[in-house]
Design a protein around this ligand. Structure first.
Ligand code: ZN
Ligand code: ZN
Length: 347
């Protein structure tokens, strides 16, 4: 190991970030492990950090390496770490729990009262080496490549949203065919949903949804989503709607299409308060609304592995592009241009 490393640093509030070759390799505290990053993926959160809106300004201590979806090899373990060894192939869990609060003590560490996020509150993975608490390490099996490993964290968000809804035998409507929505389509199919309908406003993303085995892919901008969804569900509406967009239009359309007694899962983050017709679409309907954030530690990770080993689920259609870390600007640019799928950086 050399003494310095490469990394992408958010240095100042102005839009953009810098590729640096002179960063110190992080120190390893006694409960931490040092991971050589082999693949790291770009998340919507990273776009917010690049462009530096309110979300980033109120959380990210700059200058800092960002990025939080990654996989690699353990190259050093802290003196109190017994669970992992040098050479283990691992992926990173982004949630850093405090292990002290009531949520942590009742198996809800992903909604810890004092939750910190890798790559947001503390240095991230767009670099050669990252040091993380042992709580954030998940060992991956040999048949999971590093690129797949880097996609497990967002796949967990997808799978968590599908898991809470119990989709087997049900008609499911999914809003948003970004990487997470695409993985949710595949997860719902793998778990035996009767029909999976996918909606987005970008045709290229809808093509990817079909590759993930969506039974119908609907452009909610240019097509009559209401007519198509009602036709596909024999006039009753879907039993389950999962929103990965956070868009007010999608949430209100989804709630109004939802079958009576159905379940609505909210995963996408709205960027402002929303107005809804709760009387018609929730109360008279007896709809259940469930909010979902991140991944359960570590039930969701196991569910992801179960889906990946099912033989019916492939992450290939979810990969949008693979770039060397130094070319990160190209990867961000293709995201801005509406390129579907996950962009993966190789340090
Ligand atoms: Zn992410
Ligand atoms: Zn806690």
């Amino acid at each position: 190991m050399t003494n310095s490393m490469n990394g992408i640093v958010k240095e100042k509030p102005a839009a953009g970030a810098s590729f640096r070759t002179d960063l110190p390799i992080p120190e390893v505290k006694k409960n931490d492990v040092l991971i050589e990053v082999k693949a790291t993926a770009i998340c919507g959160t990273d776009l917010h950090i690049m462009s530096w809106g309110d979300y980033a300004a109120s959380r990210v201590p700059i200058p800092m390496v960002f990025g939080h979806e990654f996989a690699g090899n353990i190259v050093k373990v802290g003196e109190d770490v017994r669970e992992y060894r040098v050479g283990d192939r691992v992926a990173g869990e982004t949630h850093i729990p405090c292990n002290e609060c009531i949520q942590c003590k009742t198996n809800n560490r992903h909604i810890c009262e004092n939750l910190k996020i890798i790559g947001v509150h503390v240095p991230g993975s767009f670099c050669n080496y990252i040091s993380i608490p042992k709580d954030c390490v998940y060992k991956i099996s040999d048949n999971i490549t590093y690129k797949m490993g880097a996609m497990l964290e967002p796949m967990g968000v997808a799978v968590h949203g599908v898991s809470v809804a119990q989709v087997k035998g049900k008609d499911v409507l999914i809003y948003g065919c970004g990487p997470i929505g695409l993985m949710a389509v595949g997860a719902a199919k793998t778990w035996g949903a009767k029909k999976v309908l996918a909606a987005d406003i970008v045709d290229r993303k809808l093509e990817a949804a079909k590759q993930m085995r969506a039974d119908a892919a609907i452009n909610s901008m240019s097509e009559d989503i209401r007519a198509i969804v009602l036709k596909e569900t024999d006039g009753a509406g879907p039993d389950i709607v999962i929103d990965y967009t956070g868009s007010g239009g999608a949430v209100s359309s989804g709630l109004s299409l939802l079958k009576k007694g159905g379940t609505f899962v909210m995963v996408g983050l709205p960027n402002k308060p929303m107005t809804m017709d709760f009387s018609e679409n929730v109360i008279y309907k007896e709809a259940a609304i469930i909010g979902v954030t991140g991944r359960r530690m570590y039930e969701t990770w196991r569910e992801c592995e179960e889906i990946l080993s099912s033989g019916t689920f492939s992450l290939d259609p979810v990969v949008g592009g693979v770039y060397p870390l130094a070319d990160f600007e190209k990867a961000f640019e293709s995201l801005h241009n509406g390129c579907p799928g996950k962009m993966i950086l190789i340090p």
